[in-house]
Design a protein around this ligand. Sequence first.
Ligand code: ADP
Ligand code: MG
Length: 698
Amino acid sequence: MPGNREPLDQLPVTRLRGVGPQLEQKLAKIHIHTVQDVLFHLPLRYLDRTRITPIGALQPHGDVVVEGVIRATSIALGRRRSLVSKVQDNTGTLTLRFFHFSSGQQANLRTGTRIRCYGEVRPGASGLEMVHPEYQLLDDTRPPPLADTLTPVYPATEGLTQQRLRGIVGQALTFLDDGSLPELVPADLAADCPLIHCGISLADALRYLHQPPPKAPLEVLAAGQHPAQQRLSFEELLAHHLSLLRLRQQMRLQQAPALPLATELQQRFLAQLSFTLTAAQQRVSADVIGDLAQPYPMLRLLQGDVGSGKTVVAALAALCAVGSGYQAAVMAPTEILAEQHRANFEAWLTPLGIRIAWLTGRIKGKAREMQMAAIADGSAQLVVGTHALFQDEVQFHKLGLTVIDEQHRFGVHQRLALRHKGSGLVPHQLIMTATPIPRTLAMSAYADLDLSVIDELPPGRTPVNTVAVSHLRRGDVIERVRNACAEGCQAYWVCTLIEESDVLEAQAAEATAAELHLMLPGVSIGLVHGRLKPAEKEQVMRAFKAGDIDLLVATTVIEVGVDVPNASLMVIENPERLGLAQLHQLRGRVGRGQRESHCVLLYGNLLSRQSKERIRILRETSDGFVIAEKDLELRGPGEVLGTRQTGAMQLRIADLQRDAELLPEVKAAAVRLLARQPQNAALLIRRWLGENEKFAQA
Ligand code: ADP
Ligand code: MG
């Protein structure tokens, strides 16, 4: 079908030979829908099947091709029945072993037959073996040619063989021959960028990576440092950056109400606080207040570690809106967090004569109607609530600002939905997160947001004392919980699981709660996990907050949670299963009160070097940013950002950390491309972001 010039991102995979509905479904599982997706599905690694290795020269764990004559085939009984063939060439003998085999296969592997095998060599009971090799029986005529390129190994899924994938990719590559995937990075732009100056076109880069020549530098490829790989990463990063620049341009074209802050109102507010702002709070407040005075929408991310005091900055922003005759909406991801905000804002703002409405999913009937009416007629100047505020029937009178707390719990869609709540003018947005995102990442992944960081905690906080204890001393840890509760403290016990399964995690937490019930009579124990209905979860959290529950057994759902100053002990089971940043967030639930707080990391007995390193970092620092940087080093950016949750950028090929050095050039190239070939910018965005781009434009 090549030659029809249909854009490859519109051409469904089913247009390739042999791809029917069943295969289509399997491919969809690995996010392949179009011919272009096939081309961008790059190998994980490569095998060298371009030459035959003499059996006598085999090394364990090599992936090789051998050729020889079958000397014997028999069924070996042992712990597991297997079919065994001995293959010999003139340098030695190798064992082939099959645990799954048919009688036909057994008959085919006749003594005296020539065979060529592809597979990994392993040490076996009697010398080297290949288990379940791919093989070809050779007849007396000429042997089939060997591969003339390295053999790619692709990310696959169940029921989708490498051979099948290679065939599909081979077909897709023929579409490159007639220019169906046009070069969108113009030569004059490339000339300015040393990295793409190496002259590889997009099509050549793809051909190279799918079918590298026999002499290709495998180590360079494994490190992702080959010019062909960099060429692709560069283009992908360029496309993302262009889409963010475009979004920013569009934002500048939108109009927002200018909301200058009245000095007198600000002074009254600050004067009645029981504390003075830290230098960091003053700095970021100035950023926010400066933005709000502009007639185009602010889109600012406010980052600050747990407890760094973001709420008071949000309150200052709200004052800007209210003081200018507009409404402000403050939204939290859970009822309890919303309630905490409500308590804070009422304490701070009601004395200034500001009227506050309150809307969550739990407010029903008459009460709901009243709140909605106050929001719609403008008698409520500030609205605090949960995602209930996103709903269509909530009409604001004059919304000037939305503040979204704990951003990663809200998707990009929801965030954008609120932008439409202002009538005519687009409201400003302040997004607050306690997830510390390393600066390099934040700049690129959130280039659509301006960034302010509170990098200082209010004075007088004592860091949580963190210790690591082996599960062999679980009894001691339980004893410690008993003592803490007897002294009137409250405690968390956090259960973690490797699998991302709500069900299993809930079961583990239930089992732990049952065990602790037995061990700790007299301690009142509550349980929260992701399988509870939100209302049930709320109820338990509320009881814990009120002090009716001493010990809260929980899964990681409490990660972004409530402020319970009386909780001063946290036990985290199997901390090695969580990322550093996640552990840090969990640990931030304690250490909020007067008492010295403790976090016990109850680890399993087999700790990898990496796990030890992570525990060491946690013990040594309580600085969320240091921890995030380390997390990035240890795990890579995808996981640190929790990209799926944030709805932030999803990269196919580039890797923000590995390719960080490309970013300055990407930024420069984006500006030049927009100036010189804006039509290519749009095409690049569509090529790499496809449907995702819709959200960015919403
Ligand atoms: P977070 O950034 O985690 O949302 P909060 O805004 O909830 O933090 O603040 C945590 C606690 O610190 C609150 O009790 C708040 O009143 C208090 N706080 C905030 N700023 C200061 C400050 N400058 N000095 C002392 N305490 C402060
Ligand atoms: Mg907060």
